[in-house]
Ligand binder design. Sequence first.
Ligand code: UDX
Length: 467
Amino acid sequence: MSRVTIFGAGYVGVPTGAHFSRTHKVTIYDPDTEKINTIRKVIENQSDELHIHEKDLIELLRENHENIFLTDNIEEALKNPEFIFIAVGTPPNEKGRANLKYIYSAAEQIAANLSNDCIILNKSTVPPGTAYLVEDIIAKGLKNKVNFAVGSCPEFLAEGTAVEDLRTPDRIVYGCDDREALDKITHFFTFLQSSDSLCPMTTLSSELTKYAANAMLATKVSFMNSLAILCDTIGANVREVQEGIGKDQRIGSKFLNASMGYGGSCFPKDTQAIAEYAILQDSPLSIIESTIKINDATTEYFYNKIVEDFKDNLSGINFVIWGIGFKARTDDLRESKPVEIAKKLMDNGAHVHIYDTVPGALVNFERENSKYSGSFTLHHDQYEMFSNEIDGLIIGNEHEKFRNPDIDKLTTMKHKYIYDGKNILNNYLIRYLTKLQFQYKSVGKDSVVNGRDRTKLVSFLQDKYMD
Ligand code: UDX
């Protein structure tokens, strides 16, 4: 059993701390007293509300409460840890670069308070080289004579599935240039994960791996999104193409769902950050620059489908949005595509009725969008807003509640437009909806309704492909 301190009680810090507490003694530190008290109340069964929404997290914290110590006091946090994991935010600045001010501050506080030998690992997503910077800050500010090593241990959990992702990860990536420290980190993880999932490496490779993984996944989505637009143009179905390529194990079936664009706190931020970093290093990653451009263009493409149906005049038009989080099962609205669409619609005079399966997502939407008050209504029931005043339904995320809707409850709609931003309705349902006079629009599946213009394609080939 090792003594670990987690620096930062956010989306990464709390689930990671809870996971480590299965087999290690964990101190979770955050200078924000309110966050620490919120976790304490949950652990002590006085409340069921955490500041982050994660399935099974509360149970995990309670189950391991004997191994968890919470504090907002830096001296207490750094009393005697063998490992420190830094899990603070690295939000992008106006240039798309990761802002390292919280990392700096963590390093300075560690330097001022560390009083025993320790390995410091950075979990936050940072530009490669940051561990060296942290090492220099600590070395410079160190108050006590202790030995320390700094490395990287990026986190790959996805929001909404953090507990499960931590329990059964595909791999644990960590890097440290100090061989002895690297072996100690390996030893630490062998108590938590199967040893064939462990990927020890150098510090820089580990830091770069985090960006590389998110950029690769985002590129898969953008690749499918650009194919989806071609599918709509010629009359193919992107879901069928997805199936056809995804079954090739070299490609893999995950992260191939075309959508109105990817969002969240990681893909947009990390693709920007690595693209910018590579330019600054004179080694541009033009493929990732394209990934970013395609993502923006896909959202625009989807939004234009909506406004075209109303001849560019949205004044007095009412939309329902199912799912406002950047994906299902999260209250996180950072870079959420449904939020972006909602704002554009409201900016152009429409009213939006919003439902999400996570009540916290609605609370956050209201808090962050007070300037739009009067232009939106929040709902805790998926169907209560449907009436003959509703003109369109927008499916914002991939929650299964939206996959097979109760169609009888939608038939009162004035204009029966359904915009499937995540391509989740199946062909059978789409055809059935069409029979009921609904108009279905998506990103790459319009052919299910519109068929294809065979004659046009044949004359295109005759014209462009025959000498
Ligand atoms: C992601 C990575 O998956 C995780 O490993 C990393 O640590 C953090 O970033 P997260 O942002 O929580 O996790 O969500 P994820 O499930 O990856 O989805 C990101 C976005 O891509 C969402 O908007 C989602 O709807 C979208 N997406 C995902 C698609 O549009 N199509 C897909 O096929 C998959």
